[in-house]
Write a protein that binds this ligand. Structure first.
Ligand SMILES: CC(C)(COP(=O)(O)OP(=O)(O)OC[C@H]1O[C@@H](n2cnc3c(N)ncnc32)[C@H](O)[C@@H]1OP(=O)(O)O)[C@@H](O)C(=O)NCCC(=O)NCCS
Length: 215
């Protein structure tokens, strides 16, 4: 008899999907136990990190329902204030530094892996924002006037305002003094040095208008 290979198509419809009305067999529950425990551990970790943040920074206003992944770093010093509104998610290794100034992150905003947000005067991020991985948002530059550029000459600051429902692509940088209007998109790797009107798509370094989110 001839050797032959039979490929069985994987039809997701045929996979076992228990409905809530079915009695789940014990073995199935046990099979899922590690997953349940992992979810529980994650939830406990999130709540613990939120508790630590609250306990450590009295000036911070932190909503009860926020998700803080492992490795997220906060620094709120020199009379600075931090507001994190409801249902925010801050992903792994993101860093939020607030010195003297104020950082406000609006409800349901996501801050991606490794992103850095630094507020020395004021950074305001609206509701429903989507900040991808490794984005930098800073409201300050080093002051580089004078003969020695690398001397610690202090900072120049100007507020950054990011509206509601803004998507910032991976590795983009938002520099001091920039306002990004509601419902706008910033392309990956962009450097935003000028204001972005609402409903616009900006990309490039420096970022330029490439389209509109509403036609
Ligand atoms: C900005 C973006 C949304 C635009 O997508 P789009 O509307 O499909 O736009 P197009 O691909 O048609 O590009 C339009 C023009 O802008 C340019 N462009 C698009 N994205 C760019 C970017 N990030 N930087 C520089 N130029 C860009 C294109 O080269 C094209 O130029 P051309 O007309 O001279 O050929 C997309 O390119 C992008 O950067 N997405 C971010 C992805 C990301 O970071 N995801 C993380 C997950 S949250």
């Amino acid at each position: 008899m001839e050797n032959s290979t039979i490929t069985v198509p994987c039809n997701h419809q045929t996979l076992f999907r228990p409905s809530l009305h079915q009695n789940l067999p014990l073995s199935f529950m046990l099979h899922r136990l590690p997953r349940y425990l992992f979810a529980l551990q994650r939830l406990a970790g999130q709540q613990w990190r939120r508790f630590q943040l609250n306990a450590h920074y009295r000036s911070a206003q932190i909503s009860r329902h926020i998700s803080i992944a492992p490795g997220v770093r906060f620094s709120v010093t020199d009379g600075a204030t931090l507001t994190l509104q409801d249902r925010i998610a801050i992903d792994r290794n993101a860093t939020l530094i607030v010195k003297y100034g104020h950082l406000h992150v609006g409800a349901r905003t996501y801050i991606g892996i490794g992103s850095v947000i630094g507020a020395q005067e004021s950074v305001t991020i609206g509701d429903d924002g989507l900040i991808a991985e490794y984005v930098t948002i800073r409201d300050q530059d080093h002051s580089y006037g004078g003969p020695n550029v690398t001397a610690r000459n202090g900072f120049i600051t100007s507020p950054v305002i990011i509206g509601d429902n803004v998507w910032i692509g991976a590795k983009a940088t938002i520099t001091k003094g920039v306002t990004i209007g509601d419902n706008s998109v910033i392309g990956a790797n962009s450097v935003v040095t000028r204001d972005v009107p609402p409903n616009s798509i900006y990309a490039g370094a420096p970022a330029r208008l490439i389209g509109y989110t509403e036609s």
